[in-house]
Design a protein around this ligand. Structure first.
Ligand SMILES: Nc1ncnc2c1ncn2[C@@H]1O[C@H](COP(=O)(O)OP(=O)(O)OP(=O)(O)O)[C@@H](O)[C@H]1O
Length: 241
């Protein structure tokens, strides 16, 4: 049976410790030079000082996947995605093992019984979960793990002791959220209503910046992406681990 290696937590702590010594060696000028320097082969990847996993949360339709996709497009070798399990059916174009591990309710229950998840929750009638192995695999590949998790799951991840940075993504208003959910065209009316109801309940928590290391207001996509990217490559310490 799989058990999350304690080294994941130790290694992440080690990364944090080495971050502190790295910060003292690298001047801000060096960091910003690396950030902007480009060569004939394209821009150099910036130095990512903080190696902790990054948990990205926010209401359904706020643009988490869109922002994460842009991050992966720009830095394909820096970040790794923690592939979640879900019992929902794949949307067109979603591949098993890449977008999600698509499983049945029986299969996910079996994994839950074996304590294989960092967090799991039922959302809009479907079960979702982040396995410990998914996070560990990314860490062992030498990449920074990105987790896309709903707010309920975030509470469980915090309790698990995983050292991470937490980012909340939201549009500027609930009306915008509704427009985007409808515009995506992937949900039934019932699913849209469930998502909006939940978003309303979570809105206050997400609006309080002290609950997260960073809040991204996803209004104009380009600006929101730059804001997220700047936060990720900044060396600021986490407030919420
Ligand atoms: N800044 C933006 N301006 C306009 N449309 C946007 C913006 N960001 C995302 N979108 C669109 O909004 C819709 C929802 O975005 P996305 O699927 O990334 O949300 P999500 O938070 O990942 O949702 P879920 O949690 O349900 O997976 C998509 O159709 C996306 O193209």
């Amino acid at each position: 049976m799989f058990a999350l290696s304690p080294t994941l937590f130790r290694n992440v702590e080690g990364a944090i410790r080495s971050r502190q010594s790295l910060v003292s060696c690298l001047s801000l000028a060096t960091l910003s030079r690396n950030y902007t320097t480009s060569t004939l082969k394209g821009p150099s990847p910036p130095i990512l000082v903080d190696k902790r996993p990054i948990v990205i949360t926010g209401p359904s339709g706020s643009g988490k996947s869109t922002l994460i996709e842009k991050l992966f497009q720009e830095y394909p070798s820096t970040f790794g995605f923690s592939v979640s399990h879900t019992t929902r059916k794949p949307r067109p174009g979603e591949k098993d093992g890449i977008a999600y591990h698509f499983v049945t309710e029986d299969e996910i229950q079996e994994l839950i019984n074996q304590d294989r998840f960092l967090e799991h929750a039922v959302f809009s009638g479907n079960h979702y979960g982040t396995s410990k192995k998914a996070v560990q695999d990314v860490f062992e590949s030498g990449k920074i793990c990105i987790l896309d998790i709903d707010l309920q799951g975030v509470q469980h991840v915090r309790k698990s002791g995983l050292q991470a940075r937490y980012v909340f993504v939201r549009p500027k208003s609930l009306d915008t959220l509704e427009t985007r959910l409808r515009g995506r065209g992937t949900e039934t009316e019932e699913a849209i209503q469930k998502r909006l109801h939940r978003a309303k309940n979570e809105w206050g928590y997400g609006m309080d910046p002290s609950n997260f290391d960073h809040v991204v207001i996803n209004d104009q996509l380009k600006k929101a992406y730059e804001d997220l990217r700047d936060f990720i490559f900044s060396s600021q310490a986490s407030k919420k681990t």
